[in-house]
Structure formats: C-alpha cells, structure tokens
Design a protein around this ligand. Structure first.
Ligand code: AMP
Ligand code: MN
Ligand code: MN
Length: 323
C-alpha cells in the first residue's frame, strides 16, 4: 500500500479532526490517541489545530490511554470547520454515530481501518483487512513515512494491538503483530502496566452484571450457541453505564461447547444492538443480513426491533449459518 498520500493529505490540511467509533474500544481510542500525537509531533503546521472526537463514554479501563482527556464530544465541535476528518477503526459510516455530520461536511475524508467489510467510504482510504487492528495500520504508515513514534504514542498503539487481538490470542495475531508489539515496547510501551489497565481494572458492578448475564444466558442447539439478552432494567439494576457489557460476548464464547455467542442489548424499546462472536462460522455475514458487519469471528449490527424479537431474528440467522 502506498502511504505517501497520507503525508500529502496531512500537509495540505490546516485543521484536522480525528473521529473514533461509537461504543469506543481500545483500538479506536488507542489509534485516535497515537494519530493525534504523531500529527502534532511531526507536522509543525498543525500546532493547536487537531481535535479528537468520541461518542458516548470512554470506558474506565481505557482512560489511561494518553491525551484522551483532551478528546471532545461531537456537540462540542458542532460549529467547527475542518479541512480533514480522519476516521479510525470505523467499519461503516454509521458507526460514527453523532460524529457522522462532522465527517460528511468535511471536504477531505480519510478512512483508516482494518475491517474486511469496509467499503472505502472515504476520499482517501487506508483499509487493510489483513491488519490485526487499526493501530497496526497506523504503525505501518508511521514506519513507512519515518514519522517519530514517542513513548506516549507507543502506549496508544500497543493498547490498540493488545486489545483487538484479545491479548494476543485471536486468529488476527501473527508474527507481525508480535514483532510490531515488541518494537512498541522498545519505544516505551509498558506491557504489564497496559495489561493491568485493560484487563484487571474493571468496575466491580461490571463484573456483577456479567455474572448476572452468565447465570441468565441461553444455551441452545446442543450448546453450540450461547447468548444473552440485556434489557435497560438489567443495566439499571447494576447502575451500569453503556460500556459495562463489553467483554461479555467473549466470556460466552470462552465456554468449550460454544461455537457462536451473541449479546442482544436493548437500546430503546424498538432498537437492539447485537454483538456476535464465533469460533467457526463467519459471523460478519450474519451481521450483514441486518446491515451490520465486522470481522469473520467478531461482528455486530443494530436491529430496529424490540429486544426479544431481535434476539429471535439473530438466532434464526445464526442457526442458518451454522447449518
Ligand atoms: P462489537 O460487538 O460492537 O464489539 O463489534 C464487533 C465488531 O463488529 C467490531 O469490529 C465492530 O467494528 C464491528 N461492528 C459492530 N457493529 C457494526 C455495524 N453496525 N456495522 C459494521 N460493523 C460493525
Ligand atoms: Mn473497534
Ligand atoms: Mn479494530
């Protein structure tokens, strides 16, 4: 992939905004932080003219990622005009949530991502389905263009690679992932500290919510499918913020008999957000039935139906896919 247009596009822009996806995870946040720093540290003309925008809330466990306290909400920048908007780790435009109007009204739209279902929606696209994370795509861009990666940038990139590979365990982990992570450690990322933030800093009520969900989970089709519905009532019971369900769908997949896991979560009375994980079948295809997408073994979609109906629909499609 030719990365030269990355440099040219940044150089041509006076005001830049970096956009992360709704329900932000370690990859979109780590990538946003790293890109913010690399632009400010390597392109003198951008001084004080780069913004980061996030949707919803930044999960407690990711607040350690450098400079996220400087990130703004879409409503804080609604009157700003940028020359360049850069989407990081955003599989499809609607995953920008309330930041989408900002992206749409900006003339130059960059799209840096690693989802195979990404349709190159930007005017400048760096989409590499073979990369483990958006952080890896950024690492390759920075290295190819000889851009300086300082210690705090390395922290952001390492957090992206670590979390999107499930702690270097998923099938997107390969020799390159580990070699690049090793290089990030040499550049100042501290693996034990970062792992502690990402994996051993959960709010207590989040763990209790997960326990409640695991006890109430549905195991069907000879236990090949494991899933749970989460209502807003469940969320209230545990004083849970929106991000507290993160990781639950992976916990359901962790069970030996599980081939496909799902979490169906009530957004409002007519809208349900579904997360899918798999060990065998391509769940991005299941998500695409509902206009969602993602990766082979991790995908998601939003269904405009009440919780229980959406759950039945997703279960039906999972069953079809499992054969
Ligand atoms: P999640 O279950 O929300 O963690 O998402 C799992 C994967 O699917 C992530 O890589 C997401 O980027 C992707 N994904 C989730 N929802 C959608 C959607 N509506 N459209 C496209 N990709 C999605
Ligand atoms: Mn992501
Ligand atoms: Mn990602």
């Amino acid at each position: 992939m030719d990365f030269k247009s990355f440099k040219d596009t940044i150089q041509a822009a006076k005001r830049i905004v970096i956009i992360s996806h709704v329900n932000p995870d370690g990859d979109t946040l780590g990538s946003m932080s790293a890109l913010y720093q690399v632009i400010l540290n390597n392109f003198d003309h951008t001084k004080d003219s780069v913004d980061m925008v996030y949707n919803g809330i930044i999960p407690e466990i990711y607040k350690f990622i450098p400079f996220l306290d400087e990130a703004k909400k879409p409503e804080q920048v609604k009157d700003e005009l940028y020359d360049l908007a850069i989407a990081v780790d955003i599989a499809a435009k609607d995953r920008m949530g309330d930041s989408l109007p900002l992206y749409e009204r900006t003339e130059t739209k960059m799209n840096i991502d690693h989802h195979k279902t990404n349709n190159n929606y930007g005017t400048v696209n760096f989409v590499r389905g073979d990369a483990c994370s958006c952080g890896e795509v950024l690492f390759d861009i920075f290295k190819a263009l000889d851009l300086n990666i300082d210690k705090k940038t390395a922290w952001g990139l390492y957090a992206a690679l670590l979390t999107d590979t499930g702690g270097f365990r998923y099938d997107n982990t390969d020799a390159d992932t580990l070699l690049k992570s090793a290089e990030l450690i040499k550049l100042g990322a501290e693996p034990a500290k970062i792992a502690r933030f990402c994996y051993e800093s959960k709010p207590r009520n989040m763990v209790l919510l997960h326990a409640h969900c695991m006890i109430n989970a549905d195991f069907t089709d000879n236990n090949r499918i494991a899933g749970v519905c989460i209502s807003n009532k469940d969320m209230e019971k545990f004083h849970a913020s929106n991000d507290y369900t993160e990781g639950l769908v992976e916990e359901l997949r962790r069970i030996g008999t599980t081939e496909v896991s799902y979490v169906a979560k009530e957004v409002d009375e007519n809208t349900t957000k579904v997360s899918l994980r798999s060990k065998t079948i391509d769940v991005s295809k299941v998500a695409q039935v509902f206009n969602g997408g993602g990766h082979t073994f991790a995908a998601g979609c939003t269904i405009r139906k009440p919780l229980k109906i959406a759950k039945d629909k997703i279960l039906e499609e999972i069953r079809k896919a499992l054969g």
